[in-house]
Write a protein that binds this ligand. Sequence first.
Ligand code: ADP
Length: 803
Amino acid sequence: MVVIPIYNLLLVPDANIYLKADQYRHLARRYAEVNDRVVLLSCKKEQHRKDMTEDSFFPIGVTGFVNEVNPEGYVVIRTTGRVNLDIVGINPDHTIELTVSRCEEIEDLEEGVEQAHFERLKANLKENWEGFEWGQQAMGYLEQFHSISEIAVAMSIWFKMSAAEKYDILAQDSHKKRLEMLEKAVYEFMEVSKVTTKAASAQQEDYQKIYKESAIKKQMELLQRELDEMHPEKVSDIRKFELKIEESGMNETAKTEALKVLGRLKQETNGGTEAGMLYDYLDFVTGLNWKKEQMQEIDLEEAEKVLEEDHFGLKKVKQRIIQQIAVMNLKKEQAGSILLFVGAPGTGKTSIGQSIAKALHRKYVRVSLGGVRDEADIRGHRRTYIGAMPGRIMDGIKKSGVSNPVMVLDEVDKLGVSYNGDPASALLEVLDPEQNNTFTDHYMNVPYDLSDIMFICTANSVDTIPEPLLNRMEVIRFNGYTASDKFQIARRHLLPKSMKAMGITEEQLVISDDIIRVIIDNYTMESGVRGLRKRLDTLCRSAAVEVSKKLGAAAVSAAKASAANAAAASAAKAAAEAGAGEASGQIPAQAPAQLQGPEPIVVKEENLREMLDAKPIRHDHVLAEKKPGIVTGLAWTAAGGEILFIETLFTKGSGKFTVTGQLGDVMKESVQIAVSLVKSMFPDQASLFEENDLHIHVPEGAVPKDGPSAGITMTTALASLVSGKMVAPTMAMTGEVSLRGVVTPIGGLPEKLMAASRAGIQTVFIPKENEDDLDEVPEEVKEKLTIVPVGDVKEVLEKTGIL
Ligand code: ADP
């Protein structure tokens, strides 16, 4: 006989007990076999087998036999009767030994009563289960039960009854009472589950409310997705962003942030300001290209050709750029060192940046930094700020559409500083290869890799660029163009471009070389060619009117001629003349084929003033008048070089001195040095300075930094004034002076010498130490000038004839 202890199941005769096969094996200590005779013991509490004692069981158990060993792993035990456990023994191996005797049964149930009760209970259960989804399934099982005992035993595991209460049913000798108890247990269970179901459904309603929205949204999303697939052209914004975020190749941080913002956008009701902001953000970050571009080997010869094609001259600049490209090729770098192009406006700094991009087969983007005073302009505003925007760097990258553009940062010398932070230090971060691979724009709030961008900065002068920024860059100077450079640039590049822009062909307009030279000499005053380009544009625009009038006339004449169908030549001529008056001023789309083009328009010098709508520029030219105390200097201005006249005058007075002109303050020290030097060199005339007031006028124009380079000019002017000896107006000079009278070097020599030659100067004194810079001065300029390097003031005074 197999003894099986059971906990928490109702044990009564005439029912089926289902045990898993291995559970049976564990409890019975043997494999189940059909017809095994068993005694099931009702345990008082849940216990490990090894902890069980004689006292662990209620005193009545149930006998039965294994009715079925199910292939799915179940053992079905059919219970038969109740037994008293007379003696219970636990062996050392924890097997249980029993001596049992039959229990007394009180068979007080009348015939058919049990069946009637059973049918009623079944009906009740059916009624109760109908409302539930699982009811259908449960009702199938119900049909398999044949008695209330079977139903009760099957459900007993869920009964809210203690083990003792369950045992009470088993302990009942009266069949009638036992049936009542079983019925009661089932009905109670039914009621309890009804209440819990109600509670559950109430709770469910709450949940429903909470989750309904999200469920609907999810469903909408699914539907939307399906719609999107059907109509890709109508893909909704949210979906579009989802796709873009997936496809953009963003780094993980950026993706997380973008998805977070997208989540917030989904929550937003239509049209809120917040929604707009979130939309803009997503539009921006998903519009950026996050993917690394492959490094491309650059063909140096081809690159050279591109640079040569687009720009005339600039030999050294081009050479330097080719070197940079070669290094980038060798090091397999996309960024290279940061170049700073310094030169006057219109010297081609920006446009050569564009050519570099073309030579490298990369995208070009220009970011203007002129007048930027806020850090936020570089690094963006935080998104908490209303109207927040990304900074100019990220904006430029977005415009370029790639992660490795050639980015020209224009006018880095015009960065300002305000209470809103220092843009230069933000720029430093952009350019620093150590940190720019994780540059974080405040607006984006996630890092972006700038390390593949080739940065090129431009500036008119390096004076105002903060030292740390300047240190990061390699300066390449654009010295400005000579008149003949300008001529070539105009001929080869500017004029063809202007004519094309105005829709004029070479057959229609003739501009002679001389005309170009006159425009360069008389209508522009600059180191670069920006003004020249504007003049040529104006010229072509004026010419366009003439050209179109002529074409209009010719077109009308052709129309009339063909209408008259081979009319007399004189009549055709008359028609053309009549038509000229009615010309609409528009160029016909296509001149009639049979017509000979009208004569081209030839620009004449006498028409220039009208066509350019400008007066010729009066350059500061060599002075006609000679007077002691006036000397010609050379200055470096933002537009390149210029000559200037330093004028000095003694007036009756008591030794005061006045400096006028824009650079008055900067010049004061130079004036003091000049006065002391002159006093020491002309001791006899030193008293002049005590007896008179000295007035020095320095005309405006030069950049402040260049102020001291007028030192030598000022000293010579004063020497001329006290000695009464004049300096030839065809002589000019530039150089700082020290108290010892040494002439020290200056900047911008090429520009200054170009200005001198332009102005008709013949002799120029330059500091000896600047002699090396003469390599940078075009031959054409050097040929025109007598350049005299000088070491000290005395030499200058001797060579100008003062001493
Ligand atoms: P910058 O940036 O130095 O102020 P830009 O690059 O704007 O000057 O140049 C002004 C114009 O002059 C542009 O149209 C440019 O193409 C033209 N240009 C300047 N230098 C040259 C050159 N050496 N050859 C051909 N065109 C030039």
